[in-house]
Design a protein around this ligand. Structure first.
Ligand code: HAM
Length: 432
């Protein structure tokens, strides 16, 4: 029979990779909590209009990449292509604006984009993201960038370039859009179909088109930084000054406009020099108009998201040492049914004390059980047979040093084992 395979652009996370995922996710969670962010989980699917309104009708994400379908009740549903829209919806729907400002949330979520799959570009991928509502101050922008920066440091990721830009506010962007429109109209014949339709509606989107011809034209387009109003300019200057004051290096890159429509003022990306084409590991910025556009009060807001698969690709390319998974502490081998029962009981008692322990579940020979204990990297072993059952005594063997210690099988087994294993504890190299 034909085996059914995973869908193009999707990946299984296998048990052998679980340790890496859990390690990075636990650092993300702890860093987020240290910075005052609390977790939010929003549904994987939403009303399609949520993304059309927030991400924007003329973006690649909405025009080409959404997983949209009609459900059995005739509603148009879309699998979330990113995390911000759902977070904003939940913020409004549940009145989170009544909480002390700023409201700070983080999430780890799968996202779905129908893109051409390649290394680092998937149709189902995972984002770690943060959103912050209520602060219009440049300290919030700089603080968020500093947060992402220190997260990468904690994860031992090197060789990232932080690129920042300001894309202004609706008032300064009006003039800029005119200038862009004039420029792209002159180069109309070199633009793709989608960009021709963007010319009138949202010429800034052309700057972000993935078609190589459009990218070539976009190279010489006017820069938004030359059109910023005084407020946007001084906001940007202050963000840069704050970053300078804590020694975070960045490049001002006037070509960064981001692929989603909701951004205003500061936008930023962390780009890896160790990835191929899909080199942006993390991206974000301010979106001061979005909450109001979605039906809330005027609320400045900002956030970023990083792609976990891309992050892991960079970490693997840089050979970052992941913390080793805890191996089995004690494997209790057994000969015969009575000994297997005793092994089973002792294993349960150890597990109740949160000690990773195992016994034979396969009816293996003693020899095969010991081989298995080696394969799973058991730190200690104990062999139970008729003699051990009769005497109530066994021998714990340290698999690394070969050292042996007697243990009473019927009197405080867990405590005796804890003493033996803590004596032998070796705290190898500390990882991130
Ligand atoms: P984004 O730049 O579209 O921003 O995505 C953020 C990150 O998700 C990217 O930098 C990349 O690492 C990862 N990513 C995006 N698409 C894919 C894909 N097809 N395959 C693998 N990884 C991908 C946002 O989504 C915004 N919501 C970020 C944000 C939050 N801005 C404000 N708050």
């Amino acid at each position: 029979m034909e085996l059914i395979k995973a869908q193009r652009g999707t990946q299984d996370m296998l048990p052998s990779q679980a340790g890496k995922w859990q390690a990075v996710e636990s650092v993300m969670r702890s860093e987020a909590e240290i910075s005052g962010f609390r977790e939010i989980r929003t549904p994987v699917f939403e009303d399609t209009r949520l993304f059309q309104r927030s991400v924007g009708e003329t973006t690649d994400v909405v025009q080409k990449e959404m997983y949209t379908f009609e459900d059995k009740g005739g509603r148009s549903i879309t699998l979330k292509p990113e995390g911000t829209a759902g977070a904003v919806r939940a913020y409004l729907e549940h009145g989170l604006f009544n909480e002390p400002m700023p409201v700070k949330v983080y999430y780890i979520t799968p996202c779905y984009r129908y893109e051409r799959a390649q290394a680092g570009r998937l149709r189902e991928f995972h984002q770690f993201g943060v959103e912050m509502f209520g602060s219009a101050l440049p300290v919030a922008d700089a603080g968020l960038i500093a947060f992402a920066h220190s997260l990468f440091e904690r994860l031992c990721v090197k060789n990232l370039t932080l690129k920042i830009n300001s894309i202004g506010c609706p008032s300064c962007r009006k003039q800029y859009a005119e200038a862009l429109k004039a420029y792209f109209t002159q180069n109309k014949d070199r633009l793709c179909e989608t960009c021709l339709s963007r010319l009138d509606r949202n010429p800034m989107r052309i700057l972000d088109c993935k078609s190589p011809e459009c990218a070539e034209v976009a190279k010489d387009a006017p820069h938004i930084l030359d059109y910023l109003c005084d407020d946007c300019r001084s906001h940007f200057e202050e963000v840069k000054d704050l970053l300078d004051s804590i020694g975070i290096e960045y490049e001002v890159d006037p070509t960064i406009v981001r692929g989603l429509d909701y951004y205003t003022r500061t936008v930023f990306e962390f780009v890896s020099n160790d990835l191929g084409a899909q080199s942006t590991v993390c991206g974000g910025g301010r979106y001061d108009g979005l909450v109001e556009e979605m039906g809330g009060a005027k609320t400045p807001a900002l956030g970023f998201a990083l792609g976990i698969e891309r992050l892991l690709l960079v970490m693997e390319a840089q050979k970052v040492q992941f913390p080793e998974e805890e191996p089995c502490e004690l494997y209790i081998a057994s000969i015969g049914n009575a000994a297997r029962k005793k092994a089973f009981q002792l294993v349960q008692r150890l597990r109740e004390c949160a000690v990773e322990a195992a016994c034979d579940e396969m009816d293996r020979s003693l020899n095969a059980q010991m081989k298995y204990a080696g394969k799973i990297g058991a730190k200690f072993t104990l062999v139970l047979g008729d003699d051990e059952l009769a005497s109530g005594k066994g021998v714990i063997k340290n698999m690394k040093t070969g050292e042996k210690k007697d243990i009473d099988l019927n009197d405080n087994f867990e405590e005796q084992f804890a003493a033996i294993s803590s004596e032998a504890e070796d705290f190898g190299d500390l990882k991130f």
